[in-house]
Ligand binder design. Structure first.
Ligand SMILES: *[C@@H]1O[C@H](CO)[C@@H](O)[C@H](O)[C@H]1NC(C)=O
Length: 295
C-alpha cells in the first residue's frame, strides 16, 4: 500500500468507507526454492515462473505469442521490470507505451489467453543513467490496470534488500528466447543454471563495465539469445538482476546481468512515484468531501 492510499484510509476510516484488504497483492513468501540442474524446460508447478512476463507488441501476426520480443519481471501488481534496450531504439527514443502488451501467468508463449492474463502499458520509465548495451539497462513498464489479485500464477518476484551475491554462487535464469542462434523462440519457458564469477571473468565481453553488472558463467553451452533480454537471474530464490546489455547468442563463455541491488533504489523510487501519481488524482476532491462531511 503506498502512502497515498494510506492517506485515504486515515481520511475515510471514520466514515466507514474503506473496505479492508483492497489494493494488496499477496507477497511471495515462499523461499523453498530448489535449484534445478543445468538447462531445460521449467516444470509446470515451478515457483520460479510466476513472476515472469512475456513482453509483446499489441497484436500477434499469425499465432498468439508470435509478437513476443522480451521478457520481464513482476515488481508489483502494476510495475514490470525489463531491459531498457527492449523498449528504446538506438537513439534512446522510447517506444510508444500504448503499443506494448504484457502477458503473464502462462508458461507457454504460444498459448491462447484471455483478458485476465494480459495488461496494456501506460508508461515507460528508463533509468536516467542508461547507456545502450553498456550499463543501467533497466526500464519500468507501468500497467494501465493492476493485475488481478489472487492469481496463483502471477506474483511479484521475491526480493531481498541488499542481497549479497558472491563468487561461486549458483543461480538460475530463464526466458522464451531463441532456442539456438537465429532459431525460433522457445514455446515453453526455458531455464539455465549459471555460476557467479568475478568481473575479470567477463572482461572479454564487448562493452563490459564492472560497475552495476553481475558476471556469470553459464552451465555447459548455455547462452542468452534474442527474446531473453529482461529475464531475471535468481540467486537463493531472490531477484539478483536482469539480462541486459549486448549479449552474444553464440560461442558464449560469460553472460552479464544488471545488478538489481545497484538499481533497486531507483526502482523503488520510480514505482512509488508512478503509483502515487495515478492514485492521488482524486485526493483534493475527496479531501474537500471529507471536510464537508466532518465539519
Ligand atoms: C551489486 O551492487 C551492489 C550495490 O552497488 C554492490 O554492493 C555489489 O557488490 C554488487 N554485486 C556485484 C556482484 O557486483
Amino acid at each position: 500500500m503506498n502512502s497515498c492510499q494510506l492517506l485515504y484510509v486515515w481520511l475515510l476510516l471514520p466514515l466507514g468507507l474503506v473496505s479492508a484488504g483492497r489494493g494488496t497483492f499477496t507477497r511471495n513468501s515462499d523461499d523453498e526454492f530448489q535449484l534445478l540442474i543445468a538447462g531445460g524446460i521449467i516444470p509446470d508447478n515451478s515457483k520460479y515462473t510466476r513472476s515472469i512476463v512475456s513482453i509483446r507488441t499489441l497484436k500477434y501476426i499469425q499465432y498468439y505469442g508470435d509478437n513476443h520480443f522480451c521478457t520481464g519481471v513482476i515488481i508489483s501488481s502494476r510495475a514490470i521490470l525489463t531491459a531498457a534496450h527492449c523498449v528504446t531504439d538506438r537513439h534512446k527514443a522510447i517506444m510508444n507505451p500504448h503499443g506494448i502488451l504484457v502477458v503473464f501467468g502462462t508458461l507457454n508463449r504460444l498459448d491462447a489467453y484471455d483478458d485476465d492474463y494480459k495488461r496494456h502499458v501506460n508508461r515507460v520509465e528508463l533509468h536516467p543513467k542508461y547507456r545502450r548495451y553498456i550499463n543501467y539497462d533497466v526500464a519500468i513498464l507501468y500497467l494501465r490496470e493492476r493485475m488481478p489479485e489472487n492469481m496463483r500464477y502471477a506474483k511479484p518476484i521475491a526480493k531481498r534488500r541488499r542481497l549479497r551475491i558472491v563468487e561461486g554462487m549458483s543461480c538460475i535464469t530463464m526466458g522464451w528466447g531463441q532456442v539456438y542462434p537465429h532459431g525460433p523462440y522457445a514455446n515453453q519457458l526455458m531455464y539455465l543454471d549459471v555460476t557467479v564469477r568475478n568481473h575479470e571473468f567477463c572482461k572479454d565481453m564487448d562493452n563490459f563495465k564492472a560497475e552495476g553488472n553481475i558476471c556469470v558463467e553459464p552451465f555447459a553451452e548455455g547462452q542468452l539469445c534474442p527474446g531473453d533480454m529482461g529475464s531475471p537471474i535468481l540467486c537463493q530464490g531472490y531477484l539478483a538482476g536482469i539480462a541486459g546489455g549486448a549479449q552474444k547468442c553464440e560461442g558464449v563463455k560469460s553472460i552479464k546481468f544488471v545488478n538489481y541491488t545497484h538499481v533497486e533504489k531507483w526502482i523503488d523510487k520510480t514505482v512509488r512515484a508512478l503509483s502515487g501519481s495515478s492514485n492521488c488524482i482524486l485526493s483534493p476532491i475527496l479531501y474537500a468531501l471529507y471536510i464537508m462531511i466532518v465539519a
